[in-house]
Design a protein around this ligand. Structure first.
Ligand SMILES: Nc1ncnc2c1ncn2[C@@H]1O[C@H](COP(=O)(O)OP(=O)(O)OP(=O)(O)O)[C@@H](O)[C@H]1O
Length: 474
């Protein structure tokens, strides 16, 4: 049996128009693939004009990306923005070594959720919290600071536990906590994800455990007995709505909550909560402070949303390759509804010589970790995936998300929360992002519902029109 994977730190270290002709226009500007539509081969001029559009767009996007830092400053001055704050980290009563960690990460001011949640989270006696804040607004940093503030690194046993729905997300949180706690002496972090094993009946020395529910529960069970829930001071549920709403996760999460001592602080964080989920959460979390967003605040104004009308896999695929010719700045994520579609897209792109990688549940643990690592490092620029990557993954160079398929539930209705989480992979912490939805006759109604639900514009996209292209970057 191997040792647990341990992260150790010592001293350093809406308005909707009908879209009809975008795919034909895009077909004329296919880049990296041969046009398969003979009607379009006639028009060489269209190709040249599309290529000029492409370079215009690239320039605009580049300048937009360069403006990002000042855009964040502008957001910070706007009281309606999720990045607005009137406090400084120095006002939040954080330990000196945590402030150092924040400075090392380049964080200068807290975001709204951080300045609102942290005083509550750090107060004594500890208070429970159910918090909502838009994607990419610093929830992870908020609860990581709270966990690190509550632990005593002189005590060598688990005191803080954080659960996340996927191992990629758990690994990402582990990274954030490690960076933030880099100046805390003796800090040790254990990563409880599938594949990491621990010896039986030997208490872990790590003060923080971050993992997925199954493995964490296993480690705490009498069979493994690697830590005691009863000794925890802080318990965090990230992506809390899915953790308490999804079969499989729910049972384990509830069993873990029931095993916690009465004075253990419980924090739930997510960008989305359905009302019944909040009601249920209130029942399992004693006397919580609740921070909620109005529906109109849930989606971010700096993620521009568009849609392209495509009636088949072929037209979607052509639209994809053409848009890609236009939007090659930074990195992108393409969401498909099924593993099969994701695989089919990857196969086609690969045949056409377009570098991309697949990340879906059909890959094993090691393969998934390797793909996400390459994506994070920028070695992979285009990720084709399913909902497995919809939540939480934070790669700040992602400036384009494409919904190759809209997220539609088995009941035929759009999955609003999944939509928001997917598009929230771009537009991180005030950065500019673009989300493009491919819709056909069957899903146009779902797009309409998404538009009405969030009350944000989802504009018609016509890539042959320079004005429209310019609109993308405004
Ligand atoms: N105060 C801050 N100053 C600067 N950057 C920050 C700050 N807080 C967080 N960030 C950065 O913003 C990005 C998004 O933060 P984070 O991943 O915590 O968002 P989130 O709200 O948890 O997102 P999601 O809802 O997608 O899980 C990260 O790259 C993080 O490093």
């Amino acid at each position: 049996m191997s040792e647990p994977k341990v992260e150790e730190n010592t001293t350093q270290e809406e308005k909707k128009d009908s879209v009809e002709n975008i795919s034909e226009k895009l077909e004329a500007s296919a880049i990296g693939t041969e046009s398969t539509n003979p009607q379009n081969t006639q028009d060489k001029e269209a190709e040249e004009s599309a290529s000029a559009d492409a370079s215009l767009l690239k320039k605009l996007l580049r300048s937009r990306l360069e403006e990002d830092n000042s855009a964040i400053e502008v957001e910070r001055q706007n009281p309606d923005s999720p990045l607005y704050s009137c406090k400084r980290f120095e006002d939040l009563n954080l330990k000196q070594e945590l402030l150092q960690g924040l400075y090392a990460m380049g964080f200068t001011k807290p975001s709204k959720i951080q300045e609102t949640a942290l005083p509550n989270l750090l107060s004594n006696p500890p208070q429970n919290l159910i918090a909502q804040s838009q994607s990419g607004t610093g929830k992870t940093a908020a609860f990581s600071l709270a966990m690190l503030s509550r632990i005593d690194t002189n005590l060598l046993y688990p005191q803080a536990l954080c659960l996340a729905p996927t191992m990629e997300l758990a690994a990402q949180i582990t990274d954030v906590v490690r960076q933030m706690g880099q100046y805390m002496k003796n800090l040790k972090i254990a990563s409880a994800i599938r594949g990491n094993m621990v010896p039986r009946n030997v208490e872990l020395k790590e003060q923080v455990i971050i993992g997925t529910p199954g493995t964490v529960f296993d480690w705490s069970s009498p069979r493994i007995n690697a830590f005691s829930l009863k000794k925890l001071r802080v318990f965090v549920l990230d992506e809390a709505d899915v953790m308490i709403d999804q079969q499989g996760h729910q049972d384990i999460c509830i069993r873990i909550v029931r095993g916690l001592p009465k004075d253990c602080q419980i924090m739930l964080f997510s960008a989305t909560y359905k009302n019944p989920v909040i009601e249920f959460a209130k029942k399992i979390v004693g006397n919580p402070i609740i921070i909620r967003l109005k529906r109109s605040q849930e989606s971010l104004s700096y993620i521009k949303q568009f849609y392209v009308r495509c009636e088949s896999f072929e037209t979607k695929y052509r639209a994809l390759t053409n848009i890609f010719g236009l939007l090659t700045v930074g990195q992108s994520i393409i969401f498909c509804q099924t593993r099969k579609t994701a695989r089919d897209v990857v196969v086609r792109l690969t045949e056409d010589g377009v570098p991309c990688e697949l990340l879906s549940g059909e890959l094993d643990v090691m393969q998934r970790a390797a793909v996400i690592k390459r994506f994070r490092e920028g070695k992979c620029k285009m990720l084709i995936t399913t909902n497995v990557t919809a939540r939480g993954i934070d790669v700040d160079d992602v400036n384009l998300v494409i919904n190759f398929d809209l997220p539609i539930g088995q009941d035929g209705h759009p999955e609003f929360e999944t939509y928001l989480h997917r598009i929230g992979r771009t537009g991180r912490f005030g950065k500019f992002g673009v989300a493009i939805n491919f819709v056909d006759t069957n899903t146009m109604g779902a797009l309409d519902q998404i538009l009405k639900h969030f009350g944000r514009p989802i504009d018609k996209l016509d890539a042959s029109d320079p004005e429209q292209i310019e609109k993308i970057t405004q």
